[in-house]
Design a protein around this ligand. Structure first.
Ligand SMILES: [Zn+2]
Length: 296
């Protein structure tokens, strides 16, 4: 059996969501948990729509489905299969490729790939929980010389800034961002978005980190050492991420969504059974992500 996080097992999942109906019911509960608000004029009174879980504004007669205005917007295949994709992406320890999803769910690979991009959109960091305590920041190249398999097709290296939060047992959380250059503006932007200003931040002596003490007064700097021995955990995290990327995706073209996907799961591995629900909630809360926004 595939390795999964403990929590909602596939059997429990199947029991909770046996048909499309339970999925729509769950989405409607999520979407309107704080009451109905008509999207057009903000009216709050509704009656049942044509389909079971649709709602209709009693004042302006506007109809709304549970999926409208969410990342499930205008989905062209059964919602139950979409739930399976969210389940698999959130609970498989190493994620799942669109090829595997296609085989399991009898959908076209392209359909799975496209929908998975939407799931990955929901995995973006909210930046609401900055890293605290002992934090380390470093940059690394992805693709190019170091990662021949990854860079082969594009021949382009990408720079990724990485921040890790150290916990009692290794790395508690981490975030990463693709940047054009390792400049002060780019590094500082990432650090301010993801690190609390009173964290004990450690960086190396790269000039891009110079002067960052004004925002992070507890910041210290240390030589990274010959093989990065002063940033051991950092390099372990980076190595594991690169190995995953190489094994699953073979391309650095669209790197940021994969960083988001990987860190989302990594940062929540303690969440267990709520990870699936958390991701569905995020998908309901996010606006639609039409294909034209990510197909070039
Ligand atoms: Zn209305």
């Amino acid at each position: 059996m595939e390795k999964r996080y403990k929590g909602l097992s596939i059997f429990e999942f199947q029991k909770m969501y046996p048909t499309d109906r339970e999925c729509y019911k769950y989405l409607a509960e999520m979407k309107w948990k704080n009451g109905f608000i008509c999207k057009k004029y903000g009216h709050i009174h509704y009656c049942k729509g044509i389909k079971e879980f649709d709602r209709q504004c009693t004042k302006c007669r506007r109809l709304e489905s549970p999926t409208a205005g969410t990342l499930f917007h205008q989905i062209k295949f059964p919602i139950l299969k979409a739930f399976y994709i969210v389940y698999d992406v959130s609970t498989s320890k190493n994620g799942i490729s669109s090829c595997e999803l296609s085989r399991k769910l009898e959908l076209r690979q392209k359909t799975c790939w496209l929908f998975k991009q939407k799931v990955m959109k929901a995995m973006e960091s909210s930046q609401n929980f900055p890293m605290v305590g002992k934090v380390e920041v470093d940059e690394t190249y992805v693709g190019g010389q170091d990662d021949k398999a990854l860079g082969r097709n594009e021949g382009k290296k990408k720079i990724m800034v990485v921040g890790i939060e150290r916990g009692a047992k290794g790395v508690a959380r981490w975030y990463g961002r693709v940047v054009e250059t390792a400049s002060k503006v780019n590094l500082g932007g990432f650090m301010r978005d993801h690190i609390s200003s009173d964290a004990e931040v450690k960086t190396d002596y790269w000039s891009g980190y110079k002067g960052m003490e004004t925002h992070f007064p507890k910041m210290t700097r240390e030589k990274s050492g010959k093989k990065g021995e002063n940033f051991k955990q950092m390099h372990r995290v980076i190595m594991m991420f690169k190995a995953w990327l190489r094994g699953t995706h073979h391309s650095v073209m669209n790197l940021q969504p994969y960083i988001n996907e990987y860190t989302y799961r990594f940062n929540r591995h303690k969440m267990g059974e709520n990870i699936f629900e958390n991701l569905v909630q995020r998908m309901v809360a996010k606006p639609p992500y039409p294909y034209k926004d990510f197909i070039y």
